[in-house]
Write a protein that binds this ligand. Structure first.
Ligand code: HEC
Length: 92
């Protein structure tokens, strides 16, 4: 038997799935964090119209212990930007 043609297709290289981009704030993920961690004491509507960047800085301060807050918070940087985006949009 003779293989007359060898077709070497090295295709099917999976496209790079661009997940895990940490610079992008995801308000939907922030909603989940807010409802799980913050909603016990806060209404997202109270933060409506605030600057998401400033809010993230404040929350980062809370997590880092430099901003006084009723409860110590433990969030990743991604969770902080997500939750800040959600809150600054007033939970919409
Ligand atoms: C156990 C209750 C409680 C929980 C849980 C809680 N907070 Fe607070 N937070 C407070 C209180 C009380 C204040 C001060 C009064 C106010 O601004 O509502 C406050 C204030 C804040 C402020 C304003 C701080 C400032 O100095 O401007 C931010 C921002 C904030 N909280 C974010 C969060 C986020 C984000 C979460 C969830 C990840 C959270 N909080 C969870 C009780 C809580």
């Amino acid at each position: 038997m003779k293989i007359s043609r060898l077709v070497a297709i090295a295709g099917a290289v999976a496209g790079l799935a661009a997940f895990g981009s940490t610079a992008y704030a995801d308000a939907a993920a922030g909603k989940a964090t807010f409802e799980k961690v913050c909603a016990e004491c806060h209404e997202a509507g109270d933060f409506d119209g605030e600057d998401p960047q400033e809010l993230a800085t404040t929350v980062k301060g809370i997590v880092g212990g430099t901003v006084k807050h009723k409860k110590a918070l433990k969030l990743t940087d991604q969770e902080i930007s997500d939750v800040a985006a959600f809150m600054a949009a007033g939970g919409k």
